[in-house]
Design a protein around this ligand. Structure first.
Ligand SMILES: [Zn+2]
Length: 265
């Protein structure tokens, strides 16, 4: 279910396609003059139009601000008002929020002035609260992409992982290319990649999972928690037998080198 919102008025639409480029004439653009120098040097969507959206992958609801009205200037928080279990603005942005953004995730569609497919930037941070409106796992990004696959956003639009300055850290760009997660189409197909039964951590995206280890040794997460938060049941073959972690800990104690106290003759 897709909506567009202008001046607080929300309208159901069959597709976002005809609204995606309005930001180029009626909204904000990515403006180098108010950006940090190193962001300017690396950002590939300078001058692109900025259209803001929110998606709840659980409910299948997306709201997009097409480029006019106060929503364009400000806040994703305006787009979630009226839905249950969310906070008013500005409380939804604060660390002390109650419901925050609920299960909505925030994103930006950067419209290409040259007519290309544009860039879809999903707000991403491994360290935010679950209800901050920010994707806190690769699996959450993939589920958001799957929810947007039929929205009218071009499948060839690059899907990037945004920090709070609406730029993508270089290391995340590199990771996406390593994992072949370039476009919206790639990400929409990636839910199984991060779901239970795979070998990639659903949180950090690295190739760290093995059947006999119940956690990611890079980001420290327990993948089962990430799967549960995203409504994905553990794969039967990936379930860790009860007590396995304790047995592994015991094995490490046994195999740890024991300092010799014997004196050489
Ligand atoms: Zn990880």
């Amino acid at each position: 279910m897709y909506f567009v919102q202008t001046y607080g008025h929300r309208t159901s639409v069959p597709s976002l396609a005809t609204f995606l480029r309005r930001s180029l004439t009626q909204g904000a653009r990515m403006n180098a003059t108010i950006m940090q120098a190193h962001d300017v040097a690396e950002c590939r969507w300078l001058g692109y139009g900025i259209g803001k959206g929110v998606t709840d992958p659980n409910a299948g609801i997306t709201v997009f601000s097409p480029g006019s009205g106060p929503e364009t200037q400000g806040l994703h928080g305006e787009l979630i008002q009226g839905f249950p279990f969310v906070d008013p603005t500005p409380l939804c942005y604060e660390d002390t929020h109650v419901f925050g953004f609920g299960t909505f995730l925030r994103w930006v569609y950067f419209a290409d002035p040259q007519g290309g497919p544009g860039v879809l930037g999903v707000d991403f941070s491994l360290t935010e609260r679950q209800t901050a409106g920010v994707a806190t796992s690769m699996l959450a990004v993939a589920r958001c992409a799957a929810a947007l696959a039929g929205s009218g956003i071009p499948p060839d639009a690059e899907l990037v992982l945004l920090n709070w300055r609406m730029c993508e850290p270089v290391r995340l760009t590199a990771l996406r290319h390593t994992e072949q997660l370039i476009t919206l189409r790639d990400w929409a197909r990636a839910v199984p990649h991060f779901a239970s039964g795979g070998t990639h951590c659903p949180r950090c995206g690295l190739h760290t999972l093995h059947a006999w280890v119940p956690f990611c040794n890079q980001c420290g997460c327990r993948p089962a928690l990430v799967w549960k938060r995203n409504g994905i049941a553990p794969h039967i073959n990936k379930e860790v037998p009860h007590g396995m972690e304790e047995r592994l800990a015991g094995l490490r104690r046994i195999t740890r080198p024991v300092p010799s106290t014997a004196c050489a003759a």
